[in-house]
Design a protein around this ligand. Structure first.
Ligand code: SAM
Length: 246
């Protein structure tokens, strides 16, 4: 964990995403109240948390189970001058238990998969008020018949699926679809894999002779190489949905 965090904990973002995509997903939501109350699940370093605070003018509860991520979110919000509307919650998302209809919007970029897409959407349904929104980015197949190394890599997340099948899950759970889009390739590279590669180059010297450290580097390089070669086959899509007014 120590070596993993030294890499993944110090990147600008902790997963694929961009300011533009956060805004685009936000704008797919219709009828959001002024100053909404938003839950950001798996906030990581808080880049999208700060974006949400700026775009919405509301309050954001940023939840993550890593103290490092909570601290970075707090510090990013302070630097952006929006910390007074930020609440942080250091908690395992599996333990989330909010009163019904606690939020106008529930957001999660590249993190709800820790609960599973379907299980996660089901769990949070009661936390968002009727008529409120949920926006989640999630791993999807973009092309059929991915090559063997890609299939092997994604064994770690068997719920990766086509956009059509994800939309079917959303409808089956009783949400109304508001829109979706595939995150462009630069959201994987600019703030994520590009700085990761630079970091890995430095760490491979620093950690020479430390097998656990070198293993983390090896795995990260494999992940980056796979994406650079096969990004046509998989990616992230943002799904925006609404809990119907019952
Ligand atoms: N949303 C951020 C972003 O896009 O930069 C972070 C995405 S990162 C891939 C996933 C985040 O979820 C990490 O910050 C990690 O600490 C957090 N996380 C993973 N499992 C969790 C759990 N069980 N409970 C709470 N947070 C968790």
């Amino acid at each position: 964990m120590e070596y993993f965090l030294a890499i993944f904990g110090s990147l600008p973002r902790a997963g694929p995403g961009s300011h533009e995509c956060t805004r685009r997903a936000y704008e797919l939501m219709t009828g959001v109240p002024k100053s909404p109350r938003i839950l950001d699940i798996g906030c990581g370093p808080g880049v999208q948390t700060v974006d949400l605070l700026k775009i919405s003018g509301g309050t954001v509860v940023a939840l993550d189970f890593l103290p490092l991520m909570i601290e970075r979110t707090r510090s990013n919000a302070a630097q952006a001058g929006v910390a007074e509307r930020l609440e942080v919650l250091e908690q395992d998302m599996r333990q989330m238990d909010f009163p019904p209809a606690s939020f106008d919007v529930i957001w999660s970029e590249g993190a709800l998969y820790n609960l599973g897409f379907e299980n996660g959407l089901e769990k949070i349904r009661s936390f968002v008020r009727p008529g409120g929104h949920v926006a989640v980015s999630e791993a999807v197949w973009l092309k059929p018949a991915p090559p063997a190394p890609v299939v092997e890599f994604w064994r770690q997340y068997p719920e990766i699926d086509t956009i059509e099948n994800k939309l079917a899950v959303i409808e089956r759970l009783g949400y109304r679809r508001e829109g979706h889009f595939v995150l462009p390739r630069n959201t994987w590279t600019t703030d994520y894999y590009d700085p990761m590669e630079i970091l890995l180059a430095g760490k491979s010297k620093e950690w020479a002779g430390i097998p656990q450290g070198l293993e983390v580097i090896e795995e990260a390089r494999h992940e980056i190489g796979l994406y650079r070669e096969y990004s046509d086959y998989y990616g992230y899509a943002f799904f925006v949905m609404r809990r119907p007014v019952e």
